[in-house]
Design a protein around this ligand. Sequence first.
Ligand code: DOR
Length: 421
Amino acid sequence: MAKLLIRGGHLIDPANGRDGRFDLLLERGKIADVQPAIPANGARVLDAANQLVVPGFVDLHTHLRQPGREDKETIESGCLAALRGGFTAVCAMPNTTPPTDHRGAVDFIHREAQRLGLAAVHPIGAITKDRQGKELTDFGELFGAGCIALSDDGHPVADAWLMRRALEYAKVFGRPLIQHAEEPRLAAGGVVHEGLVSTTLGLRGIPSEAESVLVSRDIALAELTGGWIHFAHLSCAQSVELIRQAKRRGARVTCEVTPHHLALTHEAVEAFNADAKVNPPLRTEPDRQALLEGLQDGTIDCIATDHAPHTEWEKAADFDSAPFGTSGLETALAVCVETLVAPGRLSWSRLIEKLSAAPAKLAGLAAGTLSVGAEANVTFIDPSARWTVDPQRFASKGKHSPFAGCTLTGAVVRTLYRGVG
Ligand code: DOR
């Protein structure tokens, strides 16, 4: 593969503390040099003037739906959506059919991702067999096959005894359990946040406590066992405060937040907009502010999309029957720019860190960096481009977004995976 010189861009590489004008030389799919100015010496030159050049993003929370629901998404369409959004690595949640609860399922994802060669796909295995919350999977087999973490996402592990055993078991492997924190009895039948909007619309609500009760319990179990718990898609102020205090005590606790929970509140579901029906539900403005503060002060470790594509006919059903989830990979950056960078809540450098180096570290991946010798996974951003979200143009098969029709600032203009793209 010929040499490629990325010239004249503003490079942001939080893992190496770089934030300024640098050229980047790529060779054989790897980063060969980073300098303020690199002579071309026969390399093909890519002009990155007026662009940000950043590490390919890493998504810790992606639903790829294959095997089983290829009408919603495939590994191929999910990888193409990832690249459009600036992601060169996605961690695939196990709620497929069959679920990723055995070695064969992990091997299938690896093989298909390798065959495609579009982006890195890192499987997340299930904590319990068939994600039923009853019997633990074989953690040795799943981690041995290359899972970066385990989760029953979509469902919580509700049984406290089982969660204790799971944390003890996972501790041996030094990897996290990702909890979908939702106390099932408190959440039962709910479709939106329990509050003014649920009452006005006559919809069954899910109180914030459905999340915070389980966050509180699992922090206690992490402290009891010394195991590592990672909370998926935080949604409410109580959870942020519980995790803040737990981290101060030195508990092995990490967490993520989605762009939609940072940007929107439950008002987004007014008019029964199922595109904004997500689990956990969008909550109140004070909750949103708490999430923003948690991200700013480091309580929240990273941003993850919870990309959850569904078919148009499923999402078009009545609000109660429509599935939870939104297509998030292709809007993540711009939503974060509007919500975090434009109002001055996070610098560009910290945003890039929360989308690349931070999730890579949590996943235990040598990614999210532009270090010499690293894979040439590079995202190019036009920071001032304005564009209007049209889900019909998504590469994802999930053509639904609560941001449909919104004009956002900040666009991914190119993504290189292993130097290609
Ligand atoms: O909104 C969501 N959709 N939240 C989840 O936890 C699961 C996901 C899905 O798989 O559709």
